[in-house]
Every structure is written in structure tokens, then in C-alpha cells.
Design a protein around this ligand. Structure first.
Ligand SMILES: NC(=O)c1ccc[n+]([C@@H]2O[C@H](COP(=O)([O-])OP(=O)(O)OC[C@H]3O[C@@H](n4cnc5c(N)ncnc54)[C@H](OP(=O)(O)O)[C@@H]3O)[C@@H](O)[C@H]2O)c1
Length: 293
């Protein structure tokens, strides 16, 4: 059994991008990622901070645009339009969730698809559905990088994805079923009957639910590949913070059955930021007519 080393994988991906940026001609501008942060939610601030830090490490420019929690829908749209027309910005993200007074779907629709590096715009989701080059949402993209870097055999494998969210489960199921990846995919959710049986037949099991330790050892086939997307806080008085972060998979028991497993923390989550930044690089290459090698 192998436990995935997210840090090692990300270090390699970062080094690859850093080198590409370093090799840009001196007279060429550097790629730039912007992040729009509304309000002061601690988790959102932390996510944006990680994105900025990664940009700095690889030599990409980043900018954080902060807006007050009580910003009006129209004022937020104004910021979006400004980012759309700012030629120095290759891609930007609107950190979710947004405050109640904002219509999230209208904001996401206003993002220029050419700068939608989160890949949430219907235009980009449509391109992905057709198998055309586009910005793939960061978490599924990161999981595809894991499967590729670990040389996990996907052709003909039965893959069960638990969870059907627009940002993880649904795009994941789609990507795995594409020609060239060739998994046979089952997508299960809260209304699925016999979920245990489905999971136990999976060669590749991907859990994106948001429920601590949901996947137990009896739900996993011997030798399966187990990818844990979940991020859940559970109380743990023995830690200084009083809690710890666990995934959707009962790691300690499932690792005894799996042939490969991603831990939480230190697994899929490590790949999400670099995948977003890879999308920004792709946007930069399109604008600057650079082969995205
Ligand atoms: N590592 C990362 O970088 C990363 C990125 C994104 C998300 N996450 C984490 O991944 C988890 C999932 O995120 P998300 O945004 O996809 O969550 P979400 O939007 O809440 O979707 C959860 C999905 O799980 C399904 N589900 C809930 N309870 C279930 C049950 N008892 N049996 C079967 N399916 C069940 C839901 O089914 P219904 O559709 O029927 O309600 C839904 O499709 C969360 O812990 C989140 O924090 C991690």
C-alpha cells in the first residue's frame, strides 16, 4: 500500500511552473492571478493567503482585491467588470462563499470565461463536457494530476465517485469517463440505494461528501485506489486547537485494504492551489501566444 505524498507531488509541479516563468523573455510581463475576497471569513482569508503564497514562490504576480461584507451586488459587479477588462490580469477567482445579499450565480456568470481560472463558468464547463481544452475546476484537475503522476491505471477501471457537487463530484465523474482516461464511472449521492455495495465494487473510489470517516473499510475492495477529497473538522481535546482535520475516509482502517490512498491533510488539498495556478499559466499562454508546454 502506498500513501500519497501531496507535498512531494506539489513541489514537482511548482518547480515545473517556476522554471517556465523564469524562462520567459526579460521583456515579457509575468502572469498574474487576482483574487476577489468579500468579507473577512477566516477560512476564505486562509485560502486566498495560500494562493498568494504559491504565486510568490513560483514567480507569478498576485493581487488580492478586498470588498466589505456589506458590498452591494452592483458594486461587486463593477469590480468584476474591472477585472474582466484589466489586461494585466490573466485569471481571477471570486472566493466563495459570498454574503447573502449577493446572487452568487449572477456573479459567476459575469466573469469573463477567458479569465475564469476556477472553471465554474457554464462556457468552460461546456467545453469540458465536449472534451475541449478549457479551465478544469481545480480539485478534479488536481485529482487527475495525482492519477497521472502515480501512473494509476484508469482504462477499464470501475470508478465510484461519492458526491455530485458542481465543483468536485460531477466534473470528476465526467473527466474520468472521457476517452483516453476510459474509466467506467458510477456517481453516487445521498439518494443512492446500496451505496456500500457500489463502493465495494470500485477499483478507484473517490470520496467528496463532507462527512468525517464516511467511507469505512467494509466499503472498500482489496487493492482499491482511494482518493479522499473531504475536509472535516472533528473535536480533539488532545490537540492544542481542540480539533483536527480528517477526510471522508476512515484512513486508519481503509489504508489496510487499499493499494493507494490519499491522506487528509497532505493529500488532494495540496493539489488544489497549484491546479488553479496552472490554469492561470494556461490563460497567460493563450493571451501571449506561448505554446503551453
Ligand atoms: N481538498 C480540497 O481541495 C477540497 C476542495 C473542495 C471541497 N473539498 C471538501 O470535499 C467535501 C465535499 O465538498 P463539495 O463542495 O463537493 O460538497 P457539497 O457541495 O456539500 O456536496 C456533497 C455531496 O455529497 C453527497 N452526500 C452527502 N451526504 C451523503 C451521504 N450520506 N451519502 C452519499 N452522498 C452524500 C451530497 O449528495 P446530494 O447531492 O444528494 O445532496 C452531495 O452531492 C467537503 O468536505 C469539502 O470541504 C475539498
Amino acid at each position: 500500500m502506498k500513501i500519497f505524498d501531496g507535498k512531494q507531488c506539489v513541489t514537482a509541479l511548482k518547480a515545473n511552473l517556476k522554471q517556465k516563468i523564469e524562462e520567459l523573455p526579460e521583456n515579457k510581463r509575468k502572469p498574474k492571478l487576482a483574487a476577489l475576497l468579500v468579507g473577512d471569513l477566516a477560512a476564505s482569508q486562509l485560502y486566498v493567503k495560500n494562493k498568494v503564497k504559491t504565486c510568490e514562490e513560483i514567480g507569478m504576480i498576485s493581487e488580492v482585491i478586498r470588498a466589505e461584507e456589506n458590498i452591494s451586488h452592483n458594486d461587486l459587479l463593477e469590480i468584476i467588470y474591472r477585472l474582466n477588462s484589466d489586461e494585466t490580469v490573466d485569471g481571477y477567482i471570486v472566493q466563495l462563499p459570498l454574503p447573502k445579499q449577493i446572487d452568487e450565480s449572477k456573479i459567476l456568470l459575469a466573469i469573463d470565461p477567458k479569465k475564469d481560472v476556477d472553471g465554474f463558468h457554464p462556457h468552460n464547463l461546456g467545453l469540458m463536457l465536449l472534451g475541449l481544452e478549457t479551465f478544469v475546476p481545480a480539485t478534479p484537475k488536481g485529482i487527475m494530476s495525482i492519477l497521472k503522476s502515480e501512473k494509476i491505471k484508469t482504462a477499464g477501471a470501475h470508478c465510484v465517485v461519492i458526491g455530485r457537487s458542481n465543483i468536485v463530484g460531477t466534473p470528476m465523474a465526467l473527466l474520468l469517463s472521457r476517452k483516453g482516461i476510459d474509466c467506467t464511472v458510477t456517481l453516487v449521492h445521498s439518494q443512492t440505494k446500496n451505496i456500500k455495495e457500489f463502493c465495494a465494487s470500485a477499483d478507484i473510489l473517490i470520496a467528496a461528501i463532507g462527512k468525517a470517516n464516511f467511507v469505512t473499510a467494509d466499503m472498500v475492495k482489496d487493492g482499491a485506489v482511494v482518493i479522499d477529497v473531504g475536509i472535516n473538522r472533528i473535536d480533539d481535546p488532545s490537540t492544542p486547537k481542540g480539533y483536527r482535520v480528517v477526510g471522508d475516509v476512515d484512513f486508519e482502517h481503509v489504508k489496510e485494504k487499499a493499494s493507494f490512498i490519499t491522506p487528509v491533510p497532505g493529500g488532494v488539498g495540496m493539489l488544489t492551489v497549484i491546479s488553479l495556478i496552472e490554469n492561470t499559466w494556461m490563460s497567460f499562454c493563450r493571451t501571449e501566444n506561448i505554446a503551453n508546454g
